[in-house]
Design a protein around this ligand. Structure first.
Ligand code: GDP
Ligand code: MG
Length: 439
């Protein structure tokens, strides 16, 4: 895909502006590249149309060459095509959250089950996995072994018990043990059939999951989007998990799923190890598809301009002491958007070399913060004072985000420290006051 797109940009070298005429040939290259990457035809058509319309109507930006401008348009449209924002996992407001995994045989459901437990455990949630694939005894063993590796309990029963019964009993057990998240591993077939769908419907009915995630193999290309659509119509799903993106998949699945099915890709698997599961970031994926080099550095430059505008906005807020948790979240998201924390850290002079462990730690911290901020009410986000003044509120945020009250208190303190530090930076204040947290 990348090399196909590079052909497109190269045809614009030497042009002064983008016109209907001079984009025709690059657009043909883009169209071909997308089709070769196994993106479905209707999606390609719509994509090419949107990009062409925008490109032909775009105004000149000083210092930006037409090919770079086209890259930027394609980048932004790719991001939009994939749903724009990260689509977070949804947890129950209280009690035990159920995540139901569905999908064809061999796509990586059982692996995802363990990866997800590993991922959630790192976020401080207690997990349990339910082995509801009773067709192969080996499937239960596989989950038991993975459970051992992750250090997460697995609920199982005999292969003669109905999956919905196992799921119901397992959930009961988890609720009794006050487990935060239960992940249900189900059986897949080689192809969609009625028995599998009926079974999934039953399991869904008895467990009332907040997330029903279809696990799809990225190697199936545009077929992935059709599968997501079918499962959504049949059993109702909340999103997809794309696996095996480390293989020689051509990326078409990632590009088509959202557009065709209307359902977001929430997570992606990039390998067989437990830690190879991450949120699906549409802009990182777009960046990867477009390749690195000067192309991406341009996109970054463009982003920098946007950040500058954001920064000016931020500055106004700081001056009026209004830097709140919404800004905080925007900041952390901006960091995540930039591709990886490592690159950001690498760009800060004096940071020197950062170890992979430090990067993982930083990324984990960002995620933990997001969880806590997500658990705040809109009012609390805008007025952090509310949280500083009430330990009842801090306790509630802690419970809802699965963190400790101490972690929430730290976050609140951090926000006020940031306010003060920023004010000092701008020379607004000599010394700042950080409110002591009240009970
Ligand atoms: P299930 O039948 O859907 O439960 O699939 P499994 O979880 O048993 O996985 C089937 C095979 O795919 C196993 O050999 C896994 O190791 C492999 N697998 C799963 N996810 C990934 C991934 O993201 N990348 C790679 N390369 N292999 C994967
Ligand atoms: Mg399995």
């Amino acid at each position: 895909l990348t090399s196909g797109l590079e052909a497109a940009w190269s045809k614009l070298k030497g042009e002064e502006v983008l016109t209907k005429e001079n984009i025709a040939e690059p657009m043909r290259d883009i169209r071909r590249a997308l089709l070769e990457a196994d993106v479905s035809l209707p999606v390609v058509r719509r994509f090419v149309q949107t990009v062409s319309d925008q490109a032909a109507g775009v105004g000149l930006i000083r210092g930006v060459k037409p090919d770079q401008q086209l890259v930027k348009i394609v980048h932004d449209e790719l991001v939009k095509l994939m749903g724009g924002e990260v689509s977070d996992l949804v947890f129950s407001k209280s009690g035990t959250t159920v995540i139901l995994l569905a999908g064809l045989q061999g796509v990586g459901k059982t692996t995802v089950c363990a990866k997800l437990a590993f991922y959630l455990k790192k976020l401080g949630k207690s997990c349990m996995m339910i082995a509801a694939d009773v067709y192969r005894p080996a499937a239960i063993d596989q989950l038991m072994i993975l459970g051992d590796q992750v250090g997460v309990p697995v609920y199982k029963e005999g292969t003669e018990v109905k999956p919905s019964q196992i799921a119901r009993n397992g959930l009961e057990e988890a609720i009794k043990r006050r487990i935060d998240v239960v992940i249900v591993d189900t059986a897949g077939r080689l192809q969609i059939d009625k028995a599998m769908m009926d079974e999934l419907k039953q399991v869904k009915q008895v467990t009332n999951p907040t997330e029903v995630l279809l696990v799809v193999d990225a190697m199936t290309g545009q077929e992935a989007a059709a599968l997501v659509t079918t499962f959504n119509i049949e059993i109702g799903i909340t999103g997809a998990i794309l696996t095996k993106l480390d293989g020689d998949s051509r990326g078409g699945a990632a590009l088509s799923v959202r557009e065709v099915s209307g359902k977001p890709i929430k997570l992606v698997g990039r390998g067989e190890r437990l830690e190879d599961l991450e949120p699906f970031y549409p802009d990182r994926m777009a960046g990867r598809i477009l390749g690195m080099g000067d192309v991406l550095s341009f996109v970054e430059k463009a982003q920098e301009v946007m950040r500058q505008e954001d920064a000016e906005d931020l500055q106004k807020k700081i001056m009026s002491a209004k830097f709140d948790f919404n800004d905080f979240l925007k900041q952390t998201r901006a960091v995540a958007r930039m591709g990886s924390v490592s690159r950001v850290l690498g760009m800060i002079p004096g940071m020197g070399k950062v170890t992979p462990a430090q990067i993982r730690e930083a990324e984990k911290n960002l995620q933990v913060m997001e969880f806590m901020i997500n658990a705040m009410t809109p009012e609390e986000r805008e007025k952090p004072e509310l949280l500083a003044e009430s330990s009842t509120r801090r306790k509630r945020v802690a419970t809802e985000s699965g963190k400790t009250e101490q972690q929430v208190s730290q976050l609140v303190a951090q926000l006020f420290q940031m306010r003060v530090r920023m004010k000092n930076l701008l020379g607004v204040m000599e010394t700042g006051s950080i409110p002591a947290l009240k009970d």
